[in-house]
Write a protein that binds this ligand. Structure first.
Ligand SMILES: [Zn+2]
Length: 330
């Protein structure tokens, strides 16, 4: 590949289960990519070695040198400070505590590295290349095993005082609700995520509820997932339908909160749970409409995320490129 006229950057999506790395051009085209498992239970050093191996594979397969790459961006799971480049803690990387990820990667790569949170990276991916192109004020949410988000105000990612903004999955919906992974009770994520849906199904099955859900899970409680519950619901299982309705209700409550706080023009919804589609989203939008201010609700548009699993990687690459350009102009 000739570095020539095309500006390319590297985007890295560091999650608890996988590392996704891509060589991306300035129009969001993925030229080469690499995916590998995150050694999440090992030390931070082992994870960083895996990231470096992934970057070197992408460079090798793209026949390009690191010196020809404009910038490197990382979207990392967990709470981090984009200014200092330190990941404070990450529920998906249990051994991480105050890891200076940006400095460590910069030292090894000899290239400027920019760090943001993974959901913020996904929001930027949709902003530059996906469902939020052209939007100025929008919220990105990912409904998945947890709930993450990114807030864009006036065309800029809002990161807060120390970079922790946008943790919308951890706003309290029910003060006496189930315990969340963050330690708090009744967070949005503890009530409306795919994990919450599966946990509630397991609880009801253990109580002896009449349902076919277990049959779809090959009789194994561990195999009860949001996807399995969706399948049972599609085939008429009353409990599965009730549980998806319950999840939709809580999704709607959280959406109403976001609409009343931010008055966004657009809410982009991604994540595996959103694949349930209308059965989940229609009732959720209805609940949001009943609870939010009417004018604000009428002003918001909902859209499904367009970039799927590549959103974080693409957003991290674009973020790094944009930061580099700002620096070179300054
Ligand atoms: Zn929480």
């Amino acid at each position: 590949m000739s570095g020539g006229n095309t500006t390319v950057s590297i985007g890295i999506d560091l999650g608890g289960s996988k590392i996704l790395t891509g060589l991306v051009d300035s129009r969001g085209r993925i030229l080469v990519s690499d995916e590998r498992a995150t050694p999440a239970r090992k030390s931070a050093g082992a994870v960083i070695r895996a990231i470096l191996d992934s970057v070197h594979d992408v460079l090798g397969n793209g026949a390009i040198r690191i010196s020809e790459v404009a910038a490197v961006g990382v979207g990392a799971a967990g709470i981090s400070n984009p200014e200092t480049g330190v990941v404070f803690a990450s529920p998906n990387l249990p051994r991480w505590r105050d890891v200076p990820l940006k400095d460590m990667l910069q030292d090894k790569l000899g290239k400027k590295v920019f760090l943001i949170n993974d959901a913020n990276a996904a929001a930027l991916g949709e902003f530059y290349f996906g469902a939020a192109r052209g939007a100025r004020d929008f919220i990105y949410i990912t409904l998945s095993t947890g709930i993450g988000g990114g807030i864009v105000i006036g065309g800029r990612l809002y990161t807060g005082a120390i970079g922790c903004a946008g943790e919308i999955g951890h706003v309290t919906i029910d003060d006496n609700g189930p315990v969340c992974g963050c330690g708090n009770r009744g967070c949005w994520e503890a009530l409306a995520s795919g994990t919450a849906l599966a946990e509630e199904a397991k609880r009801r099955i253990k109580e002896g509820a009449a349902t076919s859900i277990l049959r779809y899970a090959e009789g194994s409680m561990e195999k009860v997932t949001a996807q399995i519950i969706h399948k049972a619901a599609q085939n008429g299982d009353a409990l599965a339908q009730e549980l998806i309705g319950r999840t939709a209700y809580y999704v709607g409550v959280g959406l109403a909160n976001l609409i009343n706080i931010f008055n966004p023009e657009l809410i982009v919804i991604g994540g595996g749970l959103s694949n349930i589609g209308d059965m989940l989203l229609h009732p959720a939008f209805k609940v949001a409409g009943q609870r939010a201010f009417k004018e604000a609700f009428q002003a918001v548009r909902f859209a499904l995320a367009e970039l799927g699993r590549n959103s974080g990687m693409l957003g991290a690459a674009a973020y790094a490129l944009q930061k580099t350009r700002k620096r070179s102009r300054a």
